[in-house]
Write a protein that binds this ligand. Sequence first.
Ligand SMILES: Nc1ncnc2c1ncn2[C@@H]1O[C@H](COP(=O)(O)OP(=O)(O)OP(=O)(O)O)[C@@H](O)[C@H]1O
Length: 473
Amino acid sequence: MPTKPESPEAPVGVAPPVTDQDERATTPRPAGEREVLLDVADLEVHFALRGSSLGRMFGGGGEVVRAVDGVNFSLRKGEVLGLVGESGSGKTTLGRALLGLVRPTAGEIRYRGQDLAQLSERRLRPLRRALQMVFQDPSAALNPSMDIETAVGDPLRIHKLAVGRAERHDRVVEALEQVGLTPVERFLTKYPSDLSGGQKQRAVMARAIILGPELLIADEPISMLDMSVRAKILELMLKLKQRLDLTYVYITHDLATAKFFCDRVAIMYLGRIVEIGPTEEIFADPKHPYTKALLRAVPEPDPSRTVPRDLPRGEIPDAAAPPLGCSFHPRCPVAFESCGWESRDLRALLEQRWLDLDEESYAGEQATIGNLDVLDTPAHSVVLRPARGSGPEDVNGLLTRLRDADPNEPLWRGVRRLEVEGDGVVVDFHEGADPLLRAAGGVQAACHLYPPMHASPRSDGGQPGGDQPGGAA
Ligand SMILES: Nc1ncnc2c1ncn2[C@@H]1O[C@H](COP(=O)(O)OP(=O)(O)OP(=O)(O)O)[C@@H](O)[C@H]1O
């Protein structure tokens, strides 16, 4: 259903201004003094791929998607932590795991000392009052057949918190006032289809705060809204945070809003946090090559200033078969020997090259190298056999020519040996390692550019070494 633009005439009340009393009540203590609300350690959420159970029955390992793959951070009361990353980096899965909506495969999520990962559904339920989620699409979040009073008050009914109609009504009125849906009487009997997108998201916020939560996970809460109301919703969230002493995890792919909204930012890539730190530090002096590339790709508001759109080359790899070593190495412009080069990188390089070649040259090279399937199995050493009609010297000659023509291509830094052996060509890569999060300036980054190197190899595609538990506090 298309969202209605929120016109100035629309009966959206502005949330009452924050009063002196509010300010006094919420004068923040320095972040370091505030209590830790959430402590996440070595968290993993893996999903079995369809068909993998059959695979397991017949002895296969069963393929899994590593949606969250060894995440550590802690969150202090009153903080706003941004989870930022491209689509598929695991932000939503992490957010859902924090609320117990998806069960972790491994690791801990300690909320006020209790490990949510270990709690039964029955013991999780009362905690859900304190932990709420706001989703991207307010239309999908509101039942179209419920009026706003019923929808916003529904969590009270579910949690049996305000039994009487009158009390429930009062609590709904209070929540609608908090989110600026005023005059309240005009909204109580409305249905979602009567509201604009921004108004619907306000109603969703009202429903989230009615239980008096402490932590709110907001998953792209403004991305489906009209541009003109996005800032208003973020401002509302900041006001609610002040008044109600909330803590936020803000999930977004939009660095510009993260800069405005968050105290700290965690950059996610393929289920990992690759950089985490205070928002100012991340924006002023990013450390991880991925963060740098993301920041360079943020659209420049002033069109007269031309900024290179330097998004990392290639696409996010398949989370079911992540690259060996550092997951970002195939896209990294500054990758070097120890970053985890392997057979699949050579296939990607050859295929990318062939896309750009004219038909005759392409046919010639393909007729030399032949079948690339041997490169599909992740390995640090591979033997390429020539196609029928050509010899190993031809294959070696071709690869050597490619390397000499483009010595700055990061992949060639990772090749340790390239030579004819028997009837094939051996390509050996330097063995890589999986970088851990470690201090880099004012932030923590998982990148071999920031020694000391102290990492576990991921050469078998198995579990990587965990990052420093709680190290990102
Ligand atoms: N229920 C599921 N079953 C199998 N795979 C899943 C499931 N949920 C998520 N995934 C996979 O896990 C990975 C992370 O997905 P997730 O939605 O958490 O990423 P995201 O960063 O939130 O992406 P987006 O911004 O597109 O929402 C992806 O590869 C996704 O395909």
